[in-house]
Design a protein around this ligand. Structure first.
Ligand SMILES: [Zn+2]
Length: 436
């Protein structure tokens, strides 16, 4: 069997995949469409979620003017926390209940869009907070019905939250990052205006761009959907379906675009072509991973970000913090190096897309994992990503705690192309300590 064999369905495994996505509007000036699109959905009063930095930028004024021109009332919540917590999700939900909107608009990065999803969920289907949170941390109950319409306007080229049904937060009492995952959480419309990337600090473009690349690389090398156990009912098919022909389409193009434009987008804020291409790559990779799921580098990132001590990167207003894209990409080379043998052709194809076929001429499929690891390391160095988990403050003495913090992320670990247990994770974190 090869990784790309469509018909190679393992016994007892799923035989089909489902394509889900938000309606997507992409292009310079798209923010001016928000009001008309909200009106077309029948909305009369929306809750607008954003953060204090964005509220002061012209993008917020454009959205507000567009809503006003369409005759839509707006109640604004601009206190979204950069790394949302259960407490900040509950504050946002309280605001939504009091504002009584018939729809939602979010303008911001993943934190803003995720907070808006949670506010919409708990205002529409009130329940104790733990009800919808992923098990085992929460009860993992299904969302009982549709949410109010949500128009999501991303302003960073990274998380893909505008097209996924996932909301991530820090659960303060558990000292762990976890989330809520349901197709019901997926925004109704994603309105992606790549001009919003022109004002991003370079460090944010670098970290969020590596998140895009890892979404694509992990979805592309994930366990194929034909090797995941069949769901108890078709409607219970998980968001993390595994690699499938639909997600492969977006992954391939996102990897190619990241290889071609990411370093340019980081180093030159006036290179609007590069920044806009990375926004398109983020959209494609978001749609892809929303239908395939990511695996070990993202699972490990929960622990890397969650146990931060004093790391303070430039470009971010709060510290200590290991930004999500950084927390993911410091693990990625170790994972590709170790997993290359389980899905050899795919790792080789990925590195060819990333650096160009000429750079890998004569390579055998078995070289794919190592070559992909080296290419990710090279790109990381070129755009100022720290040198492994050692570069964000960890030492060999932290490996056991990082492993313990990763093991609960079974939803992601099960999506890897091989079994990922405690011994495997220990080896991965040791290899991820330093790369150069
Ligand atoms: Zn991510």
């Amino acid at each position: 069997m090869t990784c790309g064999h469509l018909a190679a369905i393992s016994a007892g495994c799923d035989t089909a995949f489902t394509v889900d996505t938000s309606r997507v509007t992409f292009g310079a000036g798209a923010l001016a469409e928000v009001g008309d699109r909200a009106r077309a959905l029948g909305l009369r009063r929306v809750a607008v979620f954003t953060d204090p930095r964005l509220r002061a930028l012209p993008w917020f004024a454009e959205v507000a003017a567009s809503l006003a021109a369409a005759g839509i009332d707006a109640a604004v919540f601009d206190a979204v926390a950069i790394e949302p917590t259960d407490a900040s999700f509950e504050d946002a939900a309280r605001f939504a209940r009091d504002a009584r909107p018939d729809g939602y608009v979010s303008l911001g990065g993943g934190s803003v869009i995720d907070t808006c999803k949670a506010a919409n969920l708990y205002a529409t289907h009130p329940a104790p907070f733990r009800t919808y949170v992923n098990a085992p941390a929460g009860d993992g109950r299904a969302v009982p019905g549709p949410l109010a319409p949500h128009l999501a306007c991303p302003t960073t080229s990274g998380t893909g939250s505008e097209v996924t049904g996932i909301a991530i937060f820090d659960w303060l009492a558990l000292e762990a990052k976890t989330g809520i995952a349901s197709p019901r959480l997926r925004p109704t419309e994603a309105i992606v205006d790549p001009r919003t990337t022109h004002t991003l600090p370079r460090e944010v473009v670098a970290a969020s761009g590596m998140d895009v690349l890892c979404h694509a690389l992990e979805s592309f090398t994930a366990r194929p959907y034909t090797r995941r156990a069949a769901p108890p009912a078709p409607s219970a098919r998980p968001l993390s379906q595994g690699a499938n022909p639909w997600s492969d389409l977006g992954c391939r193009e996102a990897i190619r675009l990241a290889g071609r434009y990411l370093a340019r987008a980081v180093h030159d804020a006036s290179d609007t072509e590069a920044r806009e291409q990375i926004m398109w790559a983020a959209t494609l990779a978001g749609i892809a991973f929303g239908n395939a799921g990511v695996h070990a580098p993202h699972a490990m990132a929960y622990a890397v970000a969650g146990r931060v001590r004093d790391f303070a990167p430039g470009g971010y207003p709060t510290a200590p913090i290991v930004p999500h894209g950084m927390a993911v990409s410091v693990n990625a080379p170790a994972v590709f190096r170790a997993f290359g043998g389980f899905c050899a052709e795919r790792h080789l194809e990925a590195v060819q897309l990333l650096v160009g076929e000429g750079e890998t001429r004569g390579a055998a499929p078995g070289d794919g994992g190592e070559l992909l690891a080296r290419a990710v390391v090279e790109l990381s160095r070129a755009i100022g990503i720290p040198n492994g988990i050692g570069g964000v403050g960890y030492t060999a003495a932290d490996v056991a705690a990082l492993v313990a913090g990763t093991l609960p992320q079974q939803r992601l670990l099960a999506n890897a192309p091989c079994v990922v247990d405690e011994a495997c994770l220990t080896g991965l974190f040791q290899q991820a300590l330093t790369y150069w």
